[in-house]
Write a protein that binds this ligand. Sequence first.
Ligand code: ADP
Ligand code: MG
Length: 458
Amino acid sequence: PDITPGLLPRPRRLLLLVNPYGGRGQAMHYCQTCILPMISEADITYNLIKTERQNHARELVRDIILSEWDGIVIISGDGLLYEVINGLMERPDWEKAIKIPVGILPCGSGNALAGAVNFHAGFDQVVGEELLLNCTFLLCRSSVSPMDLVSVTTASGHRFFSFLGVAWGFVSDVDIESERFRHMGPARFTLGVALRLASLRTYRGRLSYLPAEDGGGRRAMSRSITLAPTNGGRGFHRSPLHRTVSDMGLCEERSVLFKRSSALVEPSDFEASPSPFSPASNFSFEAVLEESAPPPLLTSLQREAETNGQPKQLAVSESHHLVEVQGPPDDLLPAFDEPVPHNWVTIEADFVLVLAIYQTHLGADLLSAPFARFDDGLIHLCCVRAGISRASLVRVLLAMEKGTHFELDCPHLTYVPVRAFRLTPLTTKGILTVDGERVEYGPLQAQAHPHLASLITG
Ligand code: ADP
Ligand code: MG
């Protein structure tokens, strides 16, 4: 056959998302001087989009046509990749969407993942423009590795997908409190550390975890509620149920899925009139609520059904099903109101910091978990207990640059690899971050989802 252009490999097409305000606001400058020339040389075609506001990237990737792109590349700090990952997981086709290769070119003040990519490639630990050059070079080589994600659920039922880590205490305080020194670039963290050291805080909390050597753990059940009309279902509308659920502030609209037989029906389908359910057929369906929905919801649903004049039509019963809400089910996690399983370990203590990290690096020059791998399926749980002297804490932080902090044998520093954990802050005020982004302060729990994403590692 003739050799046609269609038989030749087509150039790679990348979607470049640039946060012009990341770090010291130099991302566009680096695009012009370094990034775009290098990737053009590598025969990569691209579309470059500047983000205009927070969550712009998140909304963009919810709507892109996956087949048009060979990868999405973040030109900013870790915060923008966090948006992209969560945007992909919010898609109805999340299972496919999250496999699109994602890459990062460090132009933020927090460049942990870029530090990890550079480390795994075997390069010397560098920061700034040197790190950017290394990462751009690796991007051009284009090989892709599986990467674990961790789902983090807060007590109010919000679920986030995280690629970097959860922090409480010293680390999250520095991260968030140093935001006001953003103009300094990564040096903001050095100043933040100095300020936090000057008035060292401790936090009381309960930390439970499933140690990694334990393997599986039990499969938790999600609570679901079955609404089974007994008269053939005539006249039941979506609205009463839906209103109840959202009025109570228990979950967002999209966390409520309606299930009929095995087919999932999106909540919006219920708005269709007539109902997508044939009134003649005898049907039953479930409203699947997030695990943390408290028991009063049941009685309230019952009441709602009765006040709608359908007391006989609805039989409300609680049943247990293993269900998918959005994204993979958290099969290792109990419901929030349940105690942790027996094979978990629980400690209650005063902490200077709790850091659950899944990458080697916490910043481009902070080798916090030297043994971590992109796809080890592990959450590396590091704690510093109260009682540590300032001098020892400084030694730990300085040693972290080379990744030698565990060799100090500091009695206050502990480490355990886990597959899931629950953190319950007992000190009433504090800061919690997921991938460096602030989340509501309160109990949260998390579990690893091995190999969920694909990372361009070169
Ligand atoms: P840095 O490492 O400097 O913090 P990030 O990539 O983490 O850089 O971005 C910081 C924050 O800015 C993130 O929360 C991100 O969602 C947000 N963001 C992204 N684009 C914009 C924009 N155009 N304007 C304002 N904020 C943005
Ligand atoms: Mg950030």
